[in-house]
Each structure stands twice: as C-alpha cells, then as structure tokens.
Design a protein around this ligand. Structure first.
Ligand SMILES: Cc1ncc(COP(=O)(O)O)c(C=O)c1O
Length: 473
C-alpha cells in the first residue's frame, strides 16, 4: 500500500482546528459578546499558518453565525454564544460528538462482534482462576478489608520492576511505577495531570479513538501525525515539533489499534531523541506487546529513554485478565508526583484484591505458557479472516500482532449505510472515521479478529462482505 504523507487535505483541515479552537475560547467567555476578535494576521502568526487558513476558519464561523463582520474593522463575537452554547446545532462540533458516540456500537448486542478489541473469554484459562483467588485469600486474609495505596501495591510494583528490567532493560525503582485500573484510566490521568487548555497534543492518525476524546475534553489542540506500516515520517515529526511545540505525543507504536502497524526500532530511538530535544513527552501506550505472531516486536520507546521524555503505559487487561483491569504507568519521579495526585482525586487506589490476584497469576508458570497458546490461536484467527476477505478488493496490511485488521473499502461503499445494514444483520465493526483526529477516513473500517471463535469469524466475515456487495449493486 502507498505511504500516506501529509496530504493537502490534511493541511486544508487545519482551518477546522482553528475554528474549533476559536469557538471553544468564545464558549469559555474569553471574548465577550460584540468583542473584537484577533486579526487574521495576528492569528496566522500565532499558529504559524497561512493567513488564508485563518481566513477560512473565520468564514466558517461567520457562516455558522458565531461571529459577525464589521466592514473594514474585523470579526466580532455574535451575542448568545456563552457557555450554554447548544453544540447540537453546530455542524462541526456536533459531527464530532456524534462520531464519538459511534463508539457506543461496542454496547450493541450483536452475534458478530467485530467491533470489540477484546479477547475471546474462551481463550483464557478460566478454570484455573479460582486457584489464584483462593491463594490470595490464604496469603492475605485481610485483603478485602484493606485499601491499596494510591500508587499501587508495593509487592506488585517491585515484581514488575524486575520483570521490566529482565525483558525490556528498564532501569526503574518501584517508586517509578503506578498501578492504574486499565490503560484507559492511565491515559485519562496523564491528560488530566499534564494537559492544559490549548496545549498542543500530537496524536497518531489514525489512533485509539477514546484518546481523541480524552485529549479534546482537556481542551488540547490536536495535531495529527500520520502512521503507516513503515511508522512515521520523522522529518515531518521534527518539523511539527519545531512548529507546534507539543506538550506530548500520545502513541501506540506496537501492533497499533486500529491499524496493527508497528514502528521500527530505528525510528523509536530517533523519536526519543527528538522528544528530548524538543521537550515533548512521549506517552507510549503498549497493551498488545505480547500478542506477536512471528518475531518479537522492537523494544518499547521507554527502553531508549535516558532523559525522562517517555511515559510508558502497559495494560495487562487485554489478554491476561480483562476482568481485573490492571495497567502500569512507568515514568520519572517529577511526573509520577502529579499522576499520583491526579489519581488520588478520582479513587483511593486500584482495588488491592485485583492487584494481588494479578501478581500471583501473571508471574505463574502457567500464565507464561498460556501466552504462547494465545499467540497461536490469534494468528490462526488473523489468517482465517484474511483468507475470507481475500475475495474482496478491500486493502489492508497484514498485522504481525494485535487484535485488529484495518481495511480500506472502495470509495463507492456508503459507510453509514454499511454500518446500519450490518447492525441489522447482527454485525458490528468500527468505522475508521472515529479513529481519525481529522474525521476524514471515511473508507476505512476496523475489524477485530480476537473476540469471536473461528466459526463465527468465518460466518460474520461472509455476511459482512455480502451486506457490502448488496449496497454496491
Ligand atoms: C491502544 C489502547 N489503549 C488503551 C486501551 C484501553 O485498555 P484498558 O482495557 O486497559 O483500559 C485499549 C483498548 O482497546 C487500546 O487498544
């Protein structure tokens, strides 16, 4: 497949980001009714963009009656747009909100759930779980009567320090690890602790869609970084770092959700150097690392970090024990301090019982053997799905790990109709649009092969193809 660099459409869409940004500031009351807004020239200088880009943002604001123009004087805030602004009537904001709501398709009950990036529960050694639960109650009889510390169980953090050191050459102390209730919570903590409104955040394009929502909610200005099967265009990343001075870059460089792409080792090293040079934190989300189908993936970015530029998030909930919801954040003490503070505002620590069960289960011989079986089962499911979809003219890059196929459908396929018709046939998938910070990837879909069994995968894939064919006739 072709490499996707910065497309002209992408730079065109900068004006939408400026639109969002200006509207957000108006909504927050930073400019009052009838107050004059900054000139096109001043904003172009502030954002380092062409004046025409700012002009287009203003034109759209005018068209949507958010601002009005006084001849030869400039743009003024339209009255009645304060914090109570009803976003439903706003074409751009409402489009975004509705697309985010599409992630609610996870809630839809369907026979063929291709939307869930979860493991088939039948692939876990369910029968053995109770042994570990009993062991935990024997070892820690007061476990149910105790809170964890906010940072997480000391015994677990020490065991994980050794594990990270042995497998990934992390040099850490237990004080540099925090146990969170899954990586979703970890992303949220990072955003709440480190991002202020208007901070620039780099997100991969496409990316894990809840991350877009979390950083947007925080008021971040989002700059997309294209990812493809070869990784990033690092010259462009450097240029963007110089230009936008980002606070952080959230990335999922190993069997990325949704694409399955993996950033090569040499890029990881350079990216860490760039981050240190431009004072940009790298937030490395790494939930699929153990799910490789051939060679092991390159080391995490965190392994290359000597300056404290990387915050490493490692969820164990995807394939160890989803029901325990355990993830780890590794980072240097100055950042750890603010993360602990942020976590203490939302809970009193990740449940201790979950942490202790995870500790004994994860480090058991049985779990490590089980991972090998999981990899084989998942690679068989990937092969099977690729075989089913090989009869179509859909395009994808075969993932070497992870849970997802990221497929490009012909442009003639009406995506909204495909989603609704598929749901009628009890099939769900994730439309690529919700994974795209620019909300443009209309022809892409994410299909997970991890959740259904082999027979359901085959049936579901065939049904999905036939729904799609029906729509194209
Ligand atoms: C890249 C990525 N980050 C975070 C998460 C959330 O993981 P958790 O279940 O640990 O909260 C997911 C789940 O799909 C994911 O794919």
């Amino acid at each position: 497949m072709k490499r996707r660099g910065l497309s002209s459409t992408q730079s065109d869409k900068l004006f939408e980001q400026i639109y969002d940004y200006l509207l957000e500031r108006i909504r927050r009351g930073e400019w009052k009714e009838h107050e004059k807004l900054p000139s096109v020239r001043a904003l172009a200088l502030e954002f380092n963009v062409h004046r025409l880009t700012v002009f287009k943002a203003y034109q759209l604001l005018k068209q949507n009656q958010k601002v009005y123009v006084k001849d030869k004087s400039g743009y003024y805030v339209q009255p009645g747009l304060g914090l109570s602004l009803e976003t439903r009537n706003d074409p751009i904001i409402s489009a975004y909100v509705q697309e985010s709501h599409l992630s609610e398709i996870h809630q839809v009950q369907a026979t063929y759930q291709f939307s869930k990036a979860l493991l088939d529960p039948n692939l876990l050694p369910n029968l053995y779980f109770s042994e570990y639960v009993k062991k935990v109650f024997d070892l820690y009889p007061k476990v149910l009567g105790t809170y964890s510390t906010t940072q997480g169980d000391q015994e677990l953090r020490e065991a994980l320090c050794q594990y990270f050191h042995k497998h990934f050459h992390f040099y850490l102390t237990a004080d540099e690890l925090l146990v969170s209730a899954g990586s979703q919570e970890a992303i949220d903590l990072v955003a709440r602790a480190l991002i202020n409104p208007r901070d620039v955040v780099f997100l991969e394009r496409p990316t894990y869609s809840p991350a877009i929502d979390v950083f947007r909610r925080q008021g971040a200005q989002i700059v997309p970084i294209e990812i493809d099967e070869h990784g990033y265009d690092l010259d462009q990343v450097e240029q963007f770092m110089q230009l936008h001075k980002p606070r952080l870059f959230y990335l999922n460089p190993t069997y990325q959700n949704p694409t399955g792409y993996t950033v090569p080792a040499e890029q990881r090293k350079r990216l860490v150097e760039l981050a240190a040079q431009y004072h940009c934190l790298l937030v490395e989300d790494d939930p699929y690392r153990d799910m490789y189908f051939g060679e092991k993936p390159p080391l995490p970015l965190f392994s290359y970090d000597t300056s404290g530029a990387v915050i490493y998030i490692r969820s164990f909930s995807k394939y160890i024990a989803p029901g325990l919801s355990i993830a780890i954040i590794a980072c240097r003490p100055s950042i750890m301090k603010v993360l602990i503070k942020a976590k203490s505002l939302s809970d009193s620590g990740t449940p201790l019982l979950n942490q202790k069960i995870f500790l004994h289960y994860f480090f058991s011989e049985r779990m490590q053997q089980h991972l090998e079986k999981l990899r084989i089962a998942l690679s068989i499911r990937r092969d099977l799905m690729e075989e089913e979809f090989s009869v179509t003219d859909w395009e994808w890059v075969s993932p070497q790990g992870g849970f997802t196929l990221w497929m490009k459908l012909p442009q003639t396929v009406p995506m909204d109709a495909l989603l609704s018709k598929s749901m009628e046939h009890s099939i769900t998938f994730v439309p690529g649009l919700i994974c795209d910070p620019l909300r443009e990837s209309k022809s892409w879909i994410r299909v997970c092969f991890s959740y259904l069994n082999e027979q359901q995968l085959r049936e579901g894939a065939r049904k999905l193809i036939s729904v799609c064919n029906m729509l194209q006739q």
